[in-house]
Design a protein around this ligand. Structure first.
Ligand SMILES: [Zn+2]
Length: 362
């Protein structure tokens, strides 16, 4: 089984490709709904479960202990490497960093990287390969690689696939450049052609193939200074509440009922977004409230301190991505939690109890 993860694949891109378009037409394909959040999505793919089971929403969570933290990316990642915790990340470049901690330590192919079994745990006795920058995993053995462009990833994959793994997971990150250049730029078009050719080279190296993405990408149309509005409530950050401004949603942790009430009434009066119902999106209660921006609007100043031309992370029921599964037929929209049970069925492996349902024989 080859599993190709094309990051930031917008369904509309498919029409602009040759090979992806062809295999999408001839095999099971459709729009893919993902889970709400950012760091929640891949865990849902890897476990076949919703976020309220694997408990991830975003890269950063509240740090109750407020431990001091270094902002040096090198130092943080060296420390992780020494502990063999290989989920590397870029620290927040923000004065509020001390209130938060990173929500994941282990890379996905590491043993028990999530509270529920991942595909790497389920298939432990098989031959597994994962090429997901900057880690290469062959079963639980890891190696680092430093360039994350399409050609490097393709070359590594072509070399490793010769050992005939039962399951190979490969992640192409190139389409993420739409964040910077937008979804209709020449830069994006070039990368799309490169990815299309890379997939063509890999697609026939195994009988089973699945292609999917973790999110789409859409242009930013409006920016909204939500901090200014929150500041107007004259609440004390750290004492009354803590909040994390991401570009498409803000998460809140309240220290008092009064703070909760005044924030809620402010948010209800704003037209730029809405309060998220946790149950509707199967989210864990790892924060008290989430305020989601309208499609096309982003909040600022976001804690990542970055400017975006295009973005993802809006309502996943609206902003969908794409998937293709070889050897199955039809056109069907589905949810990312259904991909793992489908993979296990195609590999003829007994499924554990999962939130998702297989697309085989549906
Ligand atoms: Zn992504």
């Amino acid at each position: 089984m080859i599993c190709i993860f094309i990051d930031a694949l917008k369904p509309e891109y498919i029409e602009k490709t040759t090979f992806l378009k062809e295999i999408a037409e001839n095999n099971l394909s459709g729009n893919l709904e993902v889970t709400f959040g950012f760091t929640s999505i891949l865990p849902s793919f890897l476990t076949g479960c919703y976020p309220d089971t694997h408990r991830k929403i975003d890269l950063f969570d509240l740090d109750q202990e407020m431990k001091p933290k270094t902002k040096s990316r090198l130092l943080i990642n060296l420390r992780l490497l020494l502990k063999n915790n290989r989920f590397f990340f870029t620290p927040l470049n923000s004065e509020y960093y001390k209130y938060f901690k990173v929500s994941q330590e282990k890379a996905w192919p590491q043993k028990n990287s999530l509270p529920v079994k991942t595909i790497f745990d389920i298939l432990e006795d098989k031959k597994l390969i994962s090429i997901d920058w900057p880690n290469i995993y062959i079963n639980r053995k890891s190696k680092l690689f430093f360039k994350n462009d399409c050609k490097t990833v393709l070359d590594i994959t072509k070399k490793l696939i010769k050992s005939k793994p039962d399951f190979l997971f490969v992640h192409f990150l190139d389409l993420e450049i739409a964040h910077k250049y937008g979804t209709t730029s020449n830069e994006l078009k070039e990368k799309l052609t490169e990815i299309d050719n890379a997939v063509r080279e890999l697609a026939f190296l195994d009988d089973n193939l699945i292609i999917f993405s973790d999110h789409s990408m859409d242009e930013v149309r409006e920016k909204f200074d939500i901090k200014e509005r929150l500041d107007s409530l004259k609440l004390d950050f750290g004492k009354d509440l803590v909040y994390f401004i991401g570009s498409t949603f803000v998460r809140f942790w309240f220290k008092s009922q009064e703070a909760k009430k005044s924030v809620e009434s402010l948010l209800r009066s704003l037209e730029e977004g809405r309060i998220v119902n946790f149950k509707e999106y199967n989210l864990p209660k790892t924060c008290d409230l989430i305020f989601l921006a309208n499609f096309g609007t982003i909040f600022y100043p976001n804690l990542f301190n970055t400017e975006y031309q295009a973005m993802h992370g809006w309502d996943p029921k609206i902003q969908k991505t794409f998937y293709i599964i070889k050897n199955l037929k039809g056109k069907k929209d589905t949810h990312i939690i259904n991909l793992l049970p489908t993979i296990l069925d195609l590999m003829k492996i007994k499924k554990p109890k999962l939130d998702g349902n297989s697309l085989v024989n549906e």
